[in-house]
Design a protein around this ligand. Structure first.
Ligand code: ATP
Ligand code: MG
Ligand code: FE
Length: 344
């Protein structure tokens, strides 16, 4: 089936067309630069940017795929989770297109889209695979029974997401929003053992209370306090070492728990998705430890990790193929859509 996917959960207005597991076009417009000086996404600015970009981005995605709206079999749009005003623009636009063209419409879960997108590069999921989602708003381990119908949460962060933790520390270090990529770059020339950064909830094995949950707020506090102490003592802050130590700590705990969960579930594959999976240190750690433990790690190329339309179209394609009924005409947005809900 040919599916048009539309994304507007946060600061990216994006659209893409897939045919089955093949990507035909992928267009992303971002309002990121308009938010940089505020240190975070301003919902009103992002919503306005979606209203401006919606038609140009969708029409570009169709023309790049050499198609017209009449040629698609279905439309998928992110219905949540995300910023309510942003979601409302994308969902309203998608409903108008679907209604006018008489196409089925799927209001899908953006976060599940982050894992579905890996199929474009690696093909269908191995049965019962584990998945690690690491993004600006989520850090969770999932057991994927059927990506169109049921995923079970194995563990989640109890406080901050990995991307959120990086963005908050980046702010302390003086990097513009989003700071994750800046920390990644500086970490490449730093010493990862220079500073002791705690790993939250390290007890990774069965028996512990939250064996597959994560906690990153303590990491943030520890790094913030250490930086403050240096400044108070008049010592220069070794930015690269701070970034490298932080990245090493976060990548280590994510990799270890994800691979432990694979072992528990007998999964020889790990799907990885979400904006933070663009992180070099996490990619390197998972590649090495996955190989050591006999787990095939599937992380998509960087441009498919951060928010895009292909992830939405790809999940839509799975839903069409599985025969899941389209969302009802009156479906709403869900800014806190749970991972257990794949489609409205
Ligand atoms: P969610 O998907 O949970 O709704 P989101 O859509 O806002 O959240 P994404 O766009 O998926 O989040 O990911 C953005 C996050 O990824 C930001 O926190 C950003 O700092 C982080 N990020 C992107 N690239 C990197 C990188 N190379 N290293 C570390 N973090 C990164
Ligand atoms: Mg974004
Ligand atoms: Fe996202």
């Amino acid at each position: 089936a040919v599916v048009l996917g539309i994304e507007s959960t946060c600061d990216e207005t994006a659209a893409a067309v897939v045919r089955g597991r093949e990507l035909l076009s992928n267009v992303v417009a971002s309002s990121m630069n308009e938010h940089a000086r505020y240190g975070g996404v301003i919902p009103e600015i992002a919503s306005r940017a979606h209203a401006e970009a919606f038609v140009p981005v969708v029409s570009q995605a169709l023309s790049d795929a050499r198609m017209e709206l009449a040629d698609v079999d279905a439309i998928a749009v992110s219905a949540g989770p995300g910023l309510a005003g942003c979601l409302a623009v994308g969902v309203s636009g998608a409903k108008a297109l679907a209604w006018a063209a008489g196409k089925p419409l799927y209001g899908i879960n953006h976060v599940i889209g982050h894992i579905a997108v890996t199929q474009l590069q690696f093909g269908d999921f191995p049965e019962g695979t584990l998945a690690l989602i690491v993004s600006g708003g989520h850090t969770s381990l999932l057991h994927v029974r059927d990506v169109a119908r049921q995923v079970d949460v194995v563990g989640s962060t109890l406080d901050d997401a990995a991307g959120e933790c990086f963005d908050k520390i980046a702010r302390i270090l003086g990097f513009p929003y989003p700071g994750g990529p800046h920390i990644d770059r500086h970490a490449q020339t730093g010493n990862p053992k220079a500073i002791r950064v705690p790993q939250g909830l390290t007890q990774g094995r069965a028996g512990a209370e939250h064996p597959y949950d994560f906690s990153f707020s303590g990491v943030k506090t520890a790094v913030a306090r250490w930086v403050e102490e240096q400044e108070d003592a008049g010592r220069p802050v070794p930015i690269d070492d701070v970034c490298a130590s932080l990245a090493d700590s976060v990548a280590s705990v994510l990799s270890r728990k994800a691979l432990d969960a694979c072992e528990l579930y007998g999964s020889h594959s790990l799907i990885v998705g979400g904006g933070f999976s663009a992180n070099s240190q996490l990619r390197a750690k998972l590649a090495q430890e996955g190989a050591e433990r006999g787990v095939q790690v599937r992380i998509p190329e960087v441009k498919l990790c951060t928010d895009n339309g292909a992830m939405v179209a790809m999940l839509g394609s799975n839903l069409v193929q599985a025969g899941v009924r389209p969302s009802p005409a009156g479906f709403s947005i869900d800014s806190v859509m749970p991972l257990s809900k794949i489609c409205m």
